[in-house]
Design a protein. Structure first.
Length: 305
């Protein structure tokens, strides 16, 4: 994702970022980063053309102030229209953090309002643009994506399949369960989980995993983000098992995403085994530590080593 400090707003910054990722990737690891750029009010059609020529796959839309490091995000969708039309023509995807940031909109209503006031009008103006609503959290979003044309899809996180907003306040304030978009009511969790496990090719895995150090989470103004990367597949397996849909997990995790992006599916495989293990209370993170989702709890699926 391009919401670094400073944000990755042009092709050269993305290529530099890719080089840093490659340098940090362990030797022999089968990992190919897919680079994205940060959409701003000033992104031009020429910027999009340069990105497409360099193999950039998508732009990310962060409404200004919606999430971590999003202050440089879009303030007016109309200013982005030339770039969005160029993206549609070049085949680049738009990856959307789908929330409005208006002060008069309740935190828990931001996604639904975004769909009605921003996303639907955008698709009316650029109907051929391929759009991924990332990390959807509501019944509204699940229904919208399911009923939208084939060029609209969504990713779903493990936390939005397994947790509702009560998890923020269980026996006290739980900063490690705080993410954006924020966890919602149980009926929304149920709808999102149902979408993920439905077998629809419009929904696919996207962890939105965020390794914020303990000191930045347990703070007077803590960072938003849940760290799930080391255990994400175990969490998804648990959610799919609960829904009686384990036979649909492979497509959700491995097929639907690359198919929508127009990329080849991975040729390798991993195996999940039914075996209990305790999630560590924390993981090392440079000089600090990060606390994962489900810390200290037991999961019943793990990746076979």
């Amino acid at each position: 994702m391009p919401n670094l400090v400073p944000p990755v707003t042009n092709t050269q910054l993305a290529l530099d970022y890719r080089a840093r990722i490659a340098a940090a990737t362990p030797k022999g690891a089968a990992f190919t980063p897919l680079m994205t750029l940060y959409l701003t009010d000033n992104t031009s059609a020429d910027d999009v053309a340069a990105a497409a020529a360099a193999g950039i796959v998508a732009y990310k839309l962060y409404p200004a102030g919606a999430t971590t490091n999003s202050d440089s995000g879009v303030t007016d969708m109309q200013r982005c229209l030339p770039a969005l039309r160029a993206m549609a023509q070049a085949g680049l995807l738009l990856l959307v953090h789908g929330e409005v940031t208006d002060a008069d909109v309740d935190m828990f209503d931001r996604e639904a309002v975004f769909i009605e006031t921003k996303l639907k009008p955008l698709l009316d103006q650029v109907p051929e643009l391929k759009v991924v609503m990332e990390h959807i959290t509501t019944a509204d979003a699940a229904a919208f994506v399911a009923g939208a044309p084939a060029n609209v899809a969504a990713t779903i996180t493990p936390q939005h399949m397994l947790l509702n907003r009560n998890a923020l306040f269980a026996k006290g304030l739980r900063p490690h369960n705080y993410c954006l978009p924020i966890l919602k009511r149980e009926r929304h969790r149920e709808a999102v989980a149902a979408a993920a496990t439905s077998g629809s090719a419009k929904f696919f895995l996207g962890t939105d995993s965020a390794p914020h150090a303990v000191g930045t989470k347990e703070a007077p103004c803590g960072c938003a983000g849940i760290f799930s990367a080391p255990i994400a597949l175990s969490l998804y397996a648990m959610a799919f098992e609960q829904a009686g849909a384990l036979d649909r997990l492979e497509a959700f995790a491995s097929h639907n995403g690359p198919d929508f992006y127009g990329l080849p599916r991975n040729s390798g495989s991993i195996t999940l085994v039914k075996k209990d293990f305790a999630v560590p209370p924390s993981y090392s993170f440079g000089a600090s530590t990060v606390v994962p989702m489900w810390a200290g709890e037991t999961l019943s699926w793990q990746v076979q080593q």
